[in-house]
Design a protein around this ligand. Sequence first.
Ligand code: AMP
Ligand code: GLY
Length: 427
Amino acid sequence: MKVLVIGGGGREHALCWKLNRSASVTEVLCAPGNPGIKREARCVAVGAEDITGLMALARAEKPKLVVVGPEVPLVKGLANLLRAEGFAVFGPDQAAAELEGSKSFSKTLMHEAGVPTAKFETHTDPDQAEALIKAWGAPIVVKASGLAAGKGVIVATTEQEAIDAARDMLSGNSFGDAGSQVVIEEFLEGEEASCLFIVSGDTIIPLASSQDHKALLDGDLGPNTGGMGAYSPAPCVTPEIEQEVLDTVARPTIAALKARGANFIGTLYAGIMLTKSGIKTLEFNVRFGDPECQPLMSRLTSDLGEVLLAAAESRLAGTKLEWDTRKALCVVVSSAGYPADFEKGQIIEGLDDVEAAGTTVFHAGTSADGNHIVNSGGRVLGITALGDTVAAAQQTVYTALKKMKWNGGFYRKDIGYRAIQREQDNS
Ligand code: AMP
Ligand code: GLY
């Protein structure tokens, strides 16, 4: 079958890479794709947020399956429009995508459905926000309710920092409309994990566990980013915890959406905090995580095309996912300066050597400039390797990265440290 993938980041590169290795798939198309995706798919220059252009592309190409990678087109209702014209789509309709599009919606839904999550209030008035912050005290978490590419969350260690963040968001300075409502949340302490599910109506199939590193700097310090690295499986997610997340988070959430008339087809991503008082849901996304998708696709041995088509055609029940038993780890190389401003157009060399050293180089924010690969986004590459242990996979990636020639690139040196610590403790 012919599959159209929407998006052009590291996640979509991993999806195209896996689809291209699926027996059920004869052709992969990607809009807009990137120079790395070009090796796996025919890239068409239609932007992932250009809904009209994407509809015209689907009509012209008639793919059997459309896979929507990023959240923005889902929140804009692309899946509804495609389904209305008879396309099989992997990705939720607009009403279900609100789970990610509005933190205020998702927290309210969790509260009503009894899904474990941090205590919260939603505010639009800066004085009321300030009063709440003073009443609850620091540490406290302030979140822009709308989409902010993973950067709209401030974990404030002082009341003043939280007040400044809330006022800044509500004045429209930092996140525009996305910050016109803020969610203020109790601070949770613990280890985080990403629990993803392939969902089609009442059928909910867990993917292997994973963990990402959202903070910019080693030791999980510094500002939040879209994700600086990830690995799978996450050893903190025991089979018991996986079952608990399925029963107390995923199932009630999908049921609550259904009760509101929203049928979910796509990936449900639950960000989980394992606290001393049990699991808590930090957030939902309605698509694969980026960079979690890169290690997950590296480990998946099932035919991805078949699984996603079965979900899109509401016949997912009975599907089993098979995984490589090895561990996979992805280190994100970003442009130095990200998540703030950075210089674009810098030439990156040595990527063939990085790959020859046993990794897969997934492209995210890259562009072609003549024969050169240059940086064009904040998160630029995801260098991914498999290994018998997380430590072995990590070593392969960091050794390979020495072959990369790009002075303006930045990456964390400790991706996977918690899992590696556990491996050492257990040996
Ligand atoms: P979110 O986009 O809501 O998952 O938030 C991004 C990141 O901020 C999470 O992955 C956590 O590291 C951190 N975070 C979010 N909410 C909380 C919370 N209530 N307590 C502590 N950290 C949080
Ligand atoms: N890695 C976090 C996310 O995709 O939102």
